[in-house]
Design a protein around this ligand. Structure first.
Ligand code: ATP
Ligand code: MG
Length: 345
């Protein structure tokens, strides 16, 4: 059988791979950075969504962390289903359930240099946030493992937030290098950055991120959202409601722009804020309302799936089996292209 011919046919079918580490609940940053694109492309593309449990080991391999993965996997799956990822149309799978990932990762490790990986800016940040004194070998290899994830289903598009663009660039280089050395097996995938490339956290200091604890989670209830919005940073120079405030770069208005369905209200609030005619509390009350309106349908879908908990594992098992078929096919193309000797079965 001419597997290479089949592979090049495969390039013409558009595919997505993206996903998340099961390290906690998804937040608004994930929604605008990546989930929204996933949802809008579910019909046009064949989608593979990875729950990247192996990637959690790169920053924290402690046993306590490993034991938290199980619960986090199901929280993540619930978040996916809650936002509207449809397991009938899209494949949701568990990374560690695909042994071919480890195999392709090892092959790819030979196709990239240490200095190249040392130039990936997010890895140093991850090490710092995880309070690691020096860089673990596996964390340096984070983008290589991600390349194995992306290229196993031979994906062409990777919807991610801005901070992940540099990782997809490593994938592109590895795919090119492999194809040059051994023959055309892999497409050169492109990153698709969300409309909001990097959503700031409620602290207004840095990107919203699980490990910085500055998130509004998709599963937060209405009271939690209200309390978090009330704590949000606004214009630091504005000491009283009758002082003209700055709208630009003000996290409260950034969220209003992104999540408030009533943009007339936002425009009107901005005018009054700039004139010193509205207090932070009123602006925040409107924001809590807008966020809760946005989150309500997500919460309702989540609750429906929580009540059908027994089907969750089935969804994951079916998705992982489906991904394995792809992984096996890709690995036979890889071995054939490389001309590697292998033992008869
Ligand atoms: P961690 O703290 O473990 O890094 P995180 O909350 O930053 O978690 P990631 O797992 O790093 O989440 O990100 C998953 C995906 O969501 C990536 O594509 C990333 O670029 C995107 N993303 C995460 N946070 C944001 C954000 N604040 N704005 C836009 N995109 C984001
Ligand atoms: Mg991150």
């Amino acid at each position: 059988m001419d597997l290479r011919g089949e592979a090049s046919m495969e390039y013409k079918r558009k595919r997505i791979l993206t996903g998340d580490r099961p390290t906690g609940r998804l937040h608004l940053g994930h929604y605008v950075g990546s989930l929204r694109n996933r949802l809008s492309l579910q019909d046009q593309y064949e989608c593979f969504f990875i729950i990247a449990d192996l990637h959690t080991l790169t920053t924290n391999p402690d046993k306590s962390n490993v034991s938290a993965i199980h619960e986090n996997v199901f929280e993540l799956l619930l978040d996916y289903l809650a936002v509207g990822i449809d397991p009938e149309r899209s494949v949701i799978f568990l990374q560690s359930g695909i042994p071919e990932t480890y195999e392709l990762n090892l092959i790819f490790e030979m196709l990239v240099t240490v200095p190249r990986l040392e130039r990936v800016p997010s890895l140093k940040d991850m090490a710092k946030i995880a309070s690691l004194d020096s860089m673990p070998f596996g964390l340096l290899g984070y983008p290589v493992l991600q390349a194995a994830d992306i290229l196993l289903p031979r994906a062409t598009l990777v919807p991610v937030g801005k901070d992940n663009e540099a990782h997809v660039e490593v994938t592109r280089e590895i795919a090119r290098r492999f194809n040059r050395l051994y023959g055309e097996v892999f497409p050169i995938p492109e990153a698709l950055i969300g409309d909001v490339p990097s959503l700031v956290g409620i602290d207004g200091m840095a990107q919203m991120s699980k490990s910085r604890g500055n998130t509004i989670d998709l599963a937060d209830d209405a009271d939690t959202v209200r309390a978090k919005v009330m704590q949000m940073f606004t214009d630091p120079a504005r000491v009283r409601a009758d002082v003209p405030g700055r709208v630009e770069g003000n996290p409260v208005f950034i969220y209003h722009d992104v999540f408030n369905a009533n943009q007339e209200q936002v425009a009107e609030l901005k005018v009054r804020y700039r004139e010193g005619k509205v207090g932070d509390v009123e602006v925040k009350q409107h924001l809590s309302q807008a966020l809760n309106d946005f989150l309500d349908p997500i919460r309702e879908r989540r609750a429906k799936f929580v009540s059908k908990a027994s089907i969750l594992e089935d969804i994951l098992v079916a998705g992982t089996e489906r991904m394995r078929e792809e992984a096996r096919e890709t690995m036979s193309l890889v071995r054939e292209a490389m001309g590697m000797y292998h033992l008869p079965r």
